[in-house]
Write a protein that binds this ligand. Sequence first.
Ligand code: PGA
Length: 256
Amino acid sequence: MRVPIIAANWKMHMRVGEALEFAERLSHRLADLEGTEVVIAPPFTALAPLAGALAGTGVQLAAQNCHAEPSGAFTGEVSVAMLADLGCRYAIIGHSERRQLAGETDAQVARKLEALLARDLGAIVCIGETLEERQAGRTLEVVDGQLDGSLAGLDPERAERVVLAYEPIWAIGSGLTATPEQAQQVHSQIRLHLVSRLGDAGQRMRIQYGGSVKPDNAYALMEQPDIDGALVGGASLDPESFWAIIRFDVPPGESA
Ligand code: PGA
């Protein structure tokens, strides 16, 4: 009942020429794709060119960040309305790299979420524990706290535009993926949290897994009942491997 959502997070990679080449190599394959939502989050600089190159393919564009205020003296920031102008459908907010490197807090994530929803955009809200927190047995407590803080103002009417991305920090860019069972354990806890706060809307919200998703582990992860998609960093930079992840429903060994 939940449409799987596979998103590419290109981080600070891909200049305009590279992004356009990627789009060209992927777009002909997307014509026949059904039943999966595909999202690409390029750097801000490639949003406008990609919007043109991907027009008609069904791929949705996402920004990697946004500012909560509509306009003002915020040097270097980009507002939600500016993203909407470029055809963005989503923004990723609360990514662990921004939480760690730019000090983004749950309260800021909640304000950005409100700004996105007010403009009819969707959000991919990232949460996840550090290695120390996992080793101390605090994973579920940390994730619950992030959900409480980041989704503070969310109501059931708008909940389905919000996608959660569970990304254990120790799995990001490390090659260490959470096992499907480890991921499902946290995803089912997130589901319980969403349903207890938002009722049926919580059942309909999608929860992505992120952290070293690759073509060879996507199938087993996506088989889990509460894993509804993937947020993919490194493996999304190559159109072949991103395509193989989009076709997660093809078991390993069979060609996509
Ligand atoms: P990774 O990154 O797939 O390279 O681990 C995922 C992310 O940071 O969203």
